[in-house]
Design a protein around this ligand. Structure first.
Ligand code: TRP
Length: 363
């Protein structure tokens, strides 16, 4: 069986560098380099609504932001089906059937849900839809029989939950669904990119993001404010690169070519780190280099974004076509699911004959 790749994002804000290194960059490589049968990337608006029920406008606005981010990083609609979750009602029906295969206590143990509940101060007022979104996410993944899900490590519990649902479904109803595998980012620094302030996570709510759509100026200002080594007070002091945002970002973004182009005094990042550790290297020099490295990568993304911004109706059209294509796939899987679950009362001549027989004999 071939490889089917699927992943998605909640439309709750513009996408940032954390998304880029954690997932977007890899998606473009996958699209261009890897052998796969199909690749889906979708905007998880239904999931976004599970904790934004009172703010539909925010979700609606961010659908186009995320779509623009996708297209501007180079996702190509001729290779990847880009769609909107809510436009595939089959997903909802799958979710309802999967709900019977998961216990409340299993959901309560899901570490991602636990963390998110704490982050949102939901505690005793958790919306049911939010609580059950891992089940809906299993529907997102299984509707196309995805084999491979490129996401960040924070999604591991979701994938595990999904695999459990698949196994349970298949063992009760027969082999219909496919167990997906997570595909984690390969570079360690990419597993989770810290915020510019040194917080462990880049996140919109913490206000520590560099967005893909930030201007070169904005990127420079943010890098200037980056958290480095609080003990590195004077240039001569030895510095720490661990926990130093500038070096973590260089780990994630810089290449030897960047040194050749912008800072030929050093051959590579290891040489730069050695110097920083020894002392005698100022933060500002490192930040200037990081600005150049980031802006070099972001510039083509900005240019493409600008082009798509000039033709918004076309962006919606891409989403509409992708949603239609995804829906056909979902309808096929739902058909198989219903057959397996014996929810095919009007389409099963054997059933009708059997029942007719049974009642005829009764009379
Ligand atoms: N939960 C994911 C996130 O917060 C988004 C998402 C929804 C997703 N459905 C998915 C990711 C299916 C991968 C596969 O980023």
């Amino acid at each position: 069986m071939g490889r089917i790749i699927l992943t998605g994002d909640r439309p709750t804000g513009r996408l940032h560098l954390g998304h880029y290194v954690g997932s977007l960059r890899r998606r473009v490589e996958l699209q261009n380099e890897v052998d796969y049968d199909k690749m889906f990337v979708f905007i998880a608006d239904v999931q976004a609504l599970t904790d934004n029920a009172d703010n539909p406008e925010k979700v609606r606005q961010n659908i186009i932001e995320v779509a623009l981010d996708y297209l501007s990083v180079g996702l190509d609609p001729s290779k990847v089906t880009i769609f909107i979750q809510s436009m595939i009602p089959e997903l909802t029906e799958l979710t309802v059937y999967y709900m019977n295969l998961v216990t409340v206590s299993r959901l309560q143990r899901n570490p991602t849900v636990k963390t998110e509940i704490a982050m949102r101060n939901f505690e005793t007022s958790i919306p049911v839809g939010f609580f059950t979104y891992p089940i809906s996410q299993a529907a997102d993944i299984t509707f196309c029989k995805a084999t491979t899900v490129p996401v960040g490590e924070d999604q591991e519990p979701m994938l595990e939950q999904c695999r459990e649902i698949v196994r349970r479904f298949n063992s009760i109803y027969g082999e219909v669904l496919v167990e997906p595998q997570i595909m984690l980012p390969s570079n360690q620094a990419c597993l989770r990119l810290p915020g510019i302030d040194g917080n462990a996570k880049m996140s919109k709510s913490l206000g520590n993001c560099i967005y893909l759509s930030d201007t070169a100026k904005e990127v420079e200002q943010k890098v200037k404010s980056a958290y480095t080594d609080p003990e590195h007070l004077r240039v001569e002091d030895p510095g720490h690169v661990e926990g130093n945002v500038v070096f973590t970002y260089l780990d994630a973004f810089s290449s030897d070519d960047d040194f050749a182009e912008f800072w030929p005094e050093y051959k590579n990042l290891d040489e730069l780190k050695d110097h920083y550790r020894r002392g005698g290297l100022g933060d500002m020099k490192c930040k200037k280099f990081l600005m150049k490295v980031l802006n070099k990568q972001l510039e083509p993304i900005r240019v493409r974004r600008h082009e798509f911004e000039q033709d918004i109706p076309e962006v919606y059209n891409i989403l509409k076509k992708g949603s239609e294509a995804a829906r056909e796939v979902a309808a096929q899987t739902l058909h198989e699911v219903r057959e397996a679950m014996k929810i095919n009362y009007f389409d099963d001549p054997d059933l009708i004959r059997e029942q007719a027989e049974k009642y005829r004999n009764n009379s």
